[in-house]
Design a protein around this ligand. Structure first.
Ligand SMILES: [Fe+2]
Length: 344
């Protein structure tokens, strides 16, 4: 259901307040062909209503001819900032960038953040943004989970569907995504609400069973028959099952890159306003699936790069996979039992 401009402006004002936007600061709103017009319109008004300076920078899409999906997270690689000195200068000169286009991780973005500019990604439909306006409570929960991930030497994940995964940890720092940017140089994504880290390179091993009802992104599909991933030395070495497994194998083959099969980020969802069932209510091109990534108690893992977490692996392939009903332990402590947060 649609929401009013007034509601979305109020939502933006809340997120900007949480992000400590101050009078006179420079805000650049990044847009492209797929930017939602209501989100843009309301962002510009909210920024100005708080006494800040609102700019708009429209960048050209890239990689459309290489990607096999229109999903903005489906193909990592060069970004509209690659070689784009003028755009980089404008973003570096901004206090806050509102990314309504999905800039994606890049060395250029890292450089902009290092200079103190904050970046907030917001590309879900307006009503999803309004439903999941972040709170300080979200931040506290996500930071607590990130601290546990940061202290752990090993994550174990099991499920009655057959998952039994071991991920030695400690090589990479955790990431907390709580939906606003309240520190200089911070990147975040509205909506979100999860903590993640990465297994030590080449060390994850075991079996992951993607069960019926679990979700593949960017496919935005609920799996209808189990997919079994064999994980050896940090990589999914076999993807077995029925049609769903064949579809995943075929999609991943389009990238022609063995690095795409590496176990990437691992963590769990903490957002009570995100729901597992929401994805089934949307056209696939209308959402990037943040409900699926953030719903409370999921085990969210991914296949692909680890450079965003500080590793050296880059690949254009990136699949996010939230699983239900998993038990996630850090060292000897259970964090999530059969899909329920148990440590709080
Ligand atoms: Fe991911």
């Amino acid at each position: 259901m649609a929401i009013s401009d007034f509601q979305l402006i109020e939502a933006w004002r809340e997120v900007l307040t949480l992000s400590k936007l101050a009078h006179g600061q420079n805000v650049t709103v990044l847009t492209s062909a797929s930017t939602h017009p209501q989100t843009l319109r309301c962002a510009l008004i909210a920024v100005q209503s708080m006494g800040a300076i609102a700019n708009r920078l429209d960048l050209q899409p890239v990689n459309g001819e290489k990607a096999f999906s229109r999903d903005s997270l489906a193909y990592l690689g060069t970004t509209p900032l690659t070689g784009n000195r003028a755009a980089i200068a404008a973003l570096k000169a901004s206090d806050l960038v509102l990314d309504l286009m999905t800039l994606l991780f890049s060395p250029e973005q890292h450089d902009i953040l290092k200079g103190g500019t904050k970046i907030l990604l917001a590309v879900e439909p307006p009503e999803v943004l309004a439903r999941m306006v972040p709170t300080q409570g979200d931040k506290a929960r996500v930071l607590a989970a990130a601290a546990k991930l940061g202290a752990a030497r090993e994550m174990r994940v099991t499920s009655s569907a057959g998952t039994s995964l071991v991920c030695p940890m400690g090589e990479f720092a955790p990431t907390a995504e709580y939906g606003f940017v309240d520190e200089p140089g911070r990147w975040d994504h509205w909506p979100s609400g999860f903590a993640l880290s990465y297994p030590n390179d080449h060390m994850a091993h075991g079996t992951i069973v993607i069960d019926r009802g679990d979700i593949l992104l960017p496919q935005k599909r609920y799996v209808t028959e189990p997919i079994r991933l064999s994980v050896e030395k940090g990589y999914a070495t076999r993807i077995e099952g029925g049609v769903d497994a064949a579809l995943l194998r075929d999609y991943m083959e389009t990238f022609r890159d063995p690095e795409g099969y590496a176990i990437s980020h691992i963590g769990w969802g903490l957002q009570p306003r995100a729901r597992w069932s929401t994805l089934g209510l949307y056209d696939r091109e209308a959402t990037i699936g943040m409900d699926a990534r953030a719903f409370e108690g999921n085990f969210l893992f991914s296949l692909g790069p680890n450079n965003e977490g500080g590793g050296t692996r880059t690949t254009t392939c990136h699949i996010d996979i939230p699983l239900r009903h998993c038990t996630v332990s850090l060292d000897d402590d259970v964090m999530v039992r059969e899909g329920r947060i148990v440590y709080e």
